[in-house]
Design a protein around this ligand. Sequence first.
Ligand code: SF4
Ligand code: SF4
Length: 434
Amino acid sequence: MSLRKGKNYPYGIHVPDKKALTANAVIEKMPAPKKVYLSMSQHIGAPAIPVVNVGDKVNKRQLIGEASGAISANVYSSICGTVTAIEDIVTGNGQKMKYVVIENDGRTDEIFFDQIKDFEPDTIIERIRLAGIVGLGGAGFPTAVKLKPATKLNALIINGAECEPYLTCDYRLMIENTEDIYRGIKYAARALGINRIIIGIEANKPNAIKAFEKYPDLEVVVLKKQYPMGSEKHLIYCTTGRKVPCGKMPFDVGVCVQNIKTMIAVKHAIEDNKALSSTVLTVSGEGINTPKNLRVQLGTPLEDIIAYCGGAKEGVTKVIAGGPMMGKGLISLTSYTRKTDSGFLFLTEGETSLKSSTNCINCGMCAKNCPMRLMPMYIESFAIAGDYLGAEKYGAMNCIECGSCAYNCPAKRSLVQSIQSAKFHIKEMKKNGK
Ligand code: SF4
Ligand code: SF4
């Protein structure tokens, strides 16, 4: 083991971490719900294609949605039961997706993969692909694809930063499931043919840092508590000193970044022959009666999670899927757990700002806080004017949507939404050859 401090990165912001609500909450396994709603789009890329029909009886970990292309992922049933519907549903994040709905029949029959006979890189990667594993930190990029880069890499970085306020599920996993994470990491490193393994953990998680100190082949890097330390580019810089240029990817600087939960899923797929069928998430905020860290079956309705946590309190003003900085505000409670979920937050008036936005006062605070060194106020102006080429010129496509710019904006400008809109239109223009 080597233990060292990460490099200093002078930009970004300091936000109250609010982790005390769940930092000591041991992960509980929530009972399987009566019904699960399994999205065919729990990943980046083409949706999975349902391979079951209404009326079919399925077992836990039976394939119900098959990957439909190079960038896609299999989906497995998380319970035993009967398929009652295959339908498009609009959920609380405003997106319409295809879901396979399964009604629980109380059976506990499970399907497992065959035991792997060799642990060669291609065998490991194929098992990870088959198990439907994607980046569980939120990105949802198929892990098997990420573990087979076109160029040779020389460092695997594990993202233990968990810099989003409130969220503590990675922290709990790091101290409760350390060995599973380590074993998953070793398989990922073997698949990549890499010896150098780094795990970056923010300094506010001393127990997690201590948990990994016992492994002689890991470099444990203690990162400054700073937002957005968990963004790939900043994590890479602070752990290795390598700078990922604008428009480039981690593999361009010889690095692969993987998430804590993803590594546990890899361990379960390789050693325990299990497809991905559950995830661990944090339920927190002043507006939920009993904040918890939970292992939940994929497809579990949010309403069931709320009930399991003792219900929501009066006065919840905002429900967020994910962390408060990068998560998505829900417009309804119609939401079903997906592979990439990291938490659900129930925030009260004191935890959110409901003030309306006013005119930009050109204070420059957003530019000062931007970890990508962008000028968010100008990008927003171009976006509002519909001048997407102007927004692109000012670096809109380099925005990582971290929300640091909007956090301290005295005018409460919706900077991130404007930049997201500009990015969408720039991509559309390029697709249409403009
Ligand atoms: S922080 Fe807000 S008010 Fe200040 S320059 Fe940026 S957008 Fe304008
Ligand atoms: S402009 Fe983008 S990268 Fe910069 S602070 Fe805002 S959201 Fe983050």
